[in-house]
Design a protein around this ligand. Structure first.
Ligand code: DAH
Length: 357
């Protein structure tokens, strides 16, 4: 058998590891670095000699050599960390001031700079997608009267659909019912009212914000969550415009391999209405615990604005038509970043949060 360039690999690696173990100062380590892992190292020499091998042998030998190199580099990094720590202890010892009983702490505590949370970044990213599509961004109050949260949206008192949006009631001692908004849809009403008052139709806007529901948190639900609402009110708007916007948004935000589908649904403020679902990004449509084994995740709802809603805000439904949609920002964050359980978004576990800095 012809000798292989790697015959000595184990012996050479052993020598290198012994050399590393024997380093006693950072200066020594710096001087030895080129011989240990740099161009002058025996491993680099072996690497160069692989050129004489057949392609198959070269590939296998390359992988073996790579592994040896990894072991040596890891040992060197480990030794460096030990020497840095020893050096630091030594310097602290030397710099020590004799202050009698006062304890000089090792490192002064400095607060780490924070960063926006995952929901905030997701909201910004969603706004960017819609702004690119020609929408403006508007804001609305989180505390609403019953009229904005329900009645103007064609949900009169006692309507069974109120059960879908059970919420927290705010007792201000006033006759009017005040609630923490259960969805961002009331902001549509504010926007349309303003547009009517200022003769500023048409509207193409999205309205992100926080919402509340009397829900028990689980993998897909939180009692405090975020939605982004959208409305378009213009002349000659059809369901095809709505479907086009949903499709374009899904591709732009989640990528071309995620599909959107609209399923007939019911919302009192749109007619016809649809539920907006996307392929579950966790299982790519195969079915998993997060999507209840359906392969689809519901993001929100949408539909053509009901004439009763136009009536409530004084828009002439003969002249104007429009669509609206509303979907979960937290759900988008969950799907985009493949977070199996949405409760992670509110638990403030820094090991989770740090991943999105
Ligand atoms: N507000 C609805 C919800 O929270 C979602 C929704 C459905 C918003 C249809 C809309 C819409 O604007 O047209 O469940």
């Amino acid at each position: 058998m012809t000798p292989s360039p790697l015959d000595d690999l184990d012996a050479r690696t052993g020598e290198l590891l012994a050399l590393i173990e024997g380093l006693t100062t950072l200066d020594e380590l710096r001087d030895a670095e080129a011989t240990l892992v740099g161009r002058r190292s025996p491993l680099a020499t072996m690497q160069r000699s692989l050129g004489s091998l057949e392609p198959d042998e070269r590939r296998d030998a390359g992988a073996t050599l790579q592994e040896a190199r990894r072991v040596v580099e890891a040992a060197l990094a480990h030794r460096r960390a030990e020497l840095v720590a020893a050096d630091r202890t030594q310097r602290l010892e030397a710099d020590r001031l004799d202050l009698g009983d006062v304890v000089v702490s090792d490192v002064a505590w400095r607060p780490a700079p924070g960063h926006p949370g995952l929901v905030a970044t997701t909201q910004r990213a969603l706004e960017d997608v819609f702004v690119a599509m020609g929408f403006t961004v508007a804001d609305g109050p989180e505390v609403e009267s019953d009229w904005y949260n329900f009645e103007a949206l064609n949900i009169p008192p006692g309507h069974p659909a109120r059960g879908l949006w059970d919420t927290f009631y705010v007792d201000l001692g006033e006759p009017e019912t005040v609630v923490l908004r259960t969805h961002t849809s009331p902001t549509q009403i504010h926007l349309m009212e303003e547009a009517v008052a200022n003769h500023a139709l048409p509207i193409h806007s999205v309205m992100p914000g926080r919402c509340y529901r009397r829900d028990t948190p689980d993998a897909r639900h939180l009692a405090t969550f975020h939605q982004v609402e959208g409305i378009v009110v213009d002349r000659g708007i059809t369901f095809a415009d709505l479907a086009g916007v949903i499709e374009t948004f899904t591709r732009a935000y989640f990528g071309a391999d995620i599909d959107a589908r609209l399923r007939p649904g019911y919302f009192p403020f749109t007619e016809p209405s649809a539920e907006f679902e996307i392929t579950c990004t966790l299982c790519r449509g195969e079915g998993c615990r997060t999507c209840s084994h359906t392969g689809w995740i519901e993001l929100g709802g949408c539909g053509m604005i009901d004439p009763a809603v136009f009536d409530a805000v004084g828009i002439d439904a003969q002249e104007w038509s429009g669509f609206a949609f509303g979907f979960g920002i937290d759900r988008c964050a969950q799907m985009r970043h493949e977070v199996p359980d949405m409760r992670a978004l509110i638990e403030n576990d820094t090991r989770f949060l740090r991943q999105f800095s």
